[in-house]
Design a protein around this ligand. Structure first.
Ligand code: SF4
Length: 141
């Protein structure tokens, strides 16, 4: 847990959405990435829960809640907060081989299961999948 008071200090922030009539004029990203400082603050909102329902994929009434891939969400939120994007990505790739895809089209069951959502907005998890690296990561094994 990078910042114990992060969830009290920072509000959830989402990527802005480019209006549809502008989107159709080009092939650019239509949910531009959060800037680096904002991303770090969003990572700081994670409480590193003792029972992290975000990654649990528990079945409730025959429906899955939490990430079905068991992504190591609290771990990479902590790495993002501390500016260790390479380590965050290497943790993310342990369970998810296509984060650029899930970061865009996944229904984000993790966010629905996030305990921060009980009394405020859940942690921004889905868009954290699109970790931007300044240098390419060297894959091991
Ligand atoms: S449930 Fe939410 S606050 Fe708790 S560890 Fe998962 S992302 Fe962090």
């Amino acid at each position: 847990m990078g910042k114990p008071t992060g969830f009290l200090e920072y509000e959830r922030q989402e990527n802005e959405a480019i209006q549809p009539l502008s989107r159709i004029t080009n092939f650019n990203e239509f949910h531009p990435f959060l800037d680096e400082e904002t991303r770090r603050k969003q990572g700081a909102r994670c409480m590193n829960c003792g029972v992290p329902f975000c990654q649990s994929a528990i079945k409730l009434k025959n429906m899955v809640t939490g990430c079905p891939l068991h992504n190591l969400i609290p771990e990479w939120n902590d790495e993002i907060y501390n500016g260790n994007d390479k380590r965050a990505l290497s943790r993310l790739l342990k369970t998810n081989p296509f984060p650029e895809f899930t970061g865009r089209v996944c229904p984000a069951l993790c966010e629905k299961a996030c305990l921060n959502g009980l009394d405020q907005e859940p942690v921004t998890i889905k868009k954290m999948n699109c970790i931007q690296l300044k240098q390419p990561i060297k894959m091991i094994g």
